[in-house]
Write a protein that binds this ligand. Structure first.
Ligand code: ZN
Length: 157
């Protein structure tokens, strides 16, 4: 996952990202999308994909009558932007810094998760190769390495 662009912290810049947004009328319009913290990340295959600039929640499948704020609240109830429950025009400088800190935290968590995923994939490949090397010649080799039955102690001695 790529980083959230710095410009996404500003409502006016988020609004500019919705040039190719499919809904211009109804509540699901670019103005309300940007107000609700979303910016456009859609493509030809996903023409209505948007992401929250704070919690990084990505939502698609929008409909013209959807209320972006309520959808954000429903799908990301713990988002710091949702919990703040303010319109962008009402945000204080302190709010902006708080949201920026939360955004950075989320970015770091996402980077960490991506690194862990990559390392686990590498680990799985290495283990698979090691397994191939140690079991070269088939499963019969492994059976020979088990303890032989003659190791049993006998009371007759
Ligand atoms: Zn959010």
């Amino acid at each position: 996952m790529e980083n959230i662009p710095d410009w996404a912290a500003f409502e006016a810049d988020r609004l500019k990202s919705f040039k190719r947004w499919p809904f211009k009328k109804g509540p699901c319009n670019p103005v309300q999308m940007a107000e609700a913290g979303f910016y456009f990340i859609g493509s030809k295959s996903e023409p209505d994909l948007a992401r929250c600039y704070v919690c990084c929640k990505e939502l698609d499948g929008w409909e013209e009558h959807d209320n972006p704020w309520l959808e954000h609240k429903k799908h990301a109830p713990k988002c710091p932007y949702v919990l703040l429950d303010k319109k962008p025009a009402d945000l204080t400088v302190k709010d902006m810094y708080t949201l920026e800190a939360e955004r950075m935290k989320r970015v770091l968590v996402m980077r960490h998760e991506a690194q862990v995923k990559t390392l686990n994939e590498i680990k799985a490949c290495v283990l698979e190769e090691l397994d191939k090397l140690t079991n070269k010649g088939g499963k019969d080799n492994r059976k020979r390495s088990t303890r032989p039955a003659s190791k049993r102690s006998s009371r007759k001695d």
